[in-house]
Design a protein around this ligand. Sequence first.
Ligand code: NAD
Length: 247
Amino acid sequence: MIHFDFSGRAAVVTGGGKGIGLGIAQRLAGAGAAVAVWDMDPDPLRDSAAGGAFDAIFAVDVTEPAGVEQAVRDTLARLGRIDILVNNAGVAGPTAPTWEYPLAEWDRVIATDLTGVFLCCRAVASVMREQGSGRIVNIASVAGKEGNANACAYSAAKAGVIALTKSLGKELARSGIIVNCVAPAMVQTDLLQEMTSAYIAGVTAKIPMGRLGTVRENADMVAWLCSEACSFSTGAVFDVSGGRATY
Ligand SMILES: NC(=O)c1ccc[n+]([C@@H]2O[C@H](COP(=O)([O-])OP(=O)(O)OC[C@H]3O[C@@H](n4cnc5c(N)ncnc54)[C@H](O)[C@@H]3O)[C@@H](O)[C@H]2O)c1
């Protein structure tokens, strides 16, 4: 395993209660970061042995602007600073063609996967600008590059995350704050429970390496993006897709 040293640095991981976010939070904490997990369903992590690795676990719904602002204040009160923000919280939404896609589901997916990332970036960027340094990593998806059939809201939200990353990266390029995003292909997590098995099989078949990605592979990419080794990349997209992304 590549060794990173995040001692003295404070990280926020949204949606860190399970899945990829938990793996990222564990990777950062294991390398010495003080980690605050923000999750709308924090109790399973709080009640588990894994929760002991983190300095704070806050109940936060990233779609709620006031809640996000409060979480920033709570995190600063507990950790003193925020050096790393990983915007990972997300939902998949139903599997359906666009003409049958329910508006309420569209709104839920966009609110969580795109507006939530915007709200957290907006709130934490102010803190990082005052500090004069920071790393923001947004978890997009290869769906945002390629556009998955029967996942219009998810694909559109993730394409939005990619564009938001590019905008914010340019805005902060001379501030000491680096902003990048990761585009994973499919990873075996609870997120897949919202998808049909036919959809999962179809998306998996498009991965040239012929397998799903792992939480560990994504956490390693995020750790590198949060490290000093990543110093001349901002507003960029880093694929963890087994060769699936075509650009
Ligand atoms: N699993 C995959 O195949 C895959 C592929 C590409 C991208 N991603 C992205 O990776 C990220 C993590 O996915 P995962 O597979 O680990 O999902 P998961 O369902 O295992 O975990 C998602 C976590 O986000 C939290 N969450 C959901 N909505 C929230 C909200 N409004 N506020 C705060 N927390 C919220 C959940 O409580 C949960 O702990 C998502 O952004 C997802 O789109 C996943």
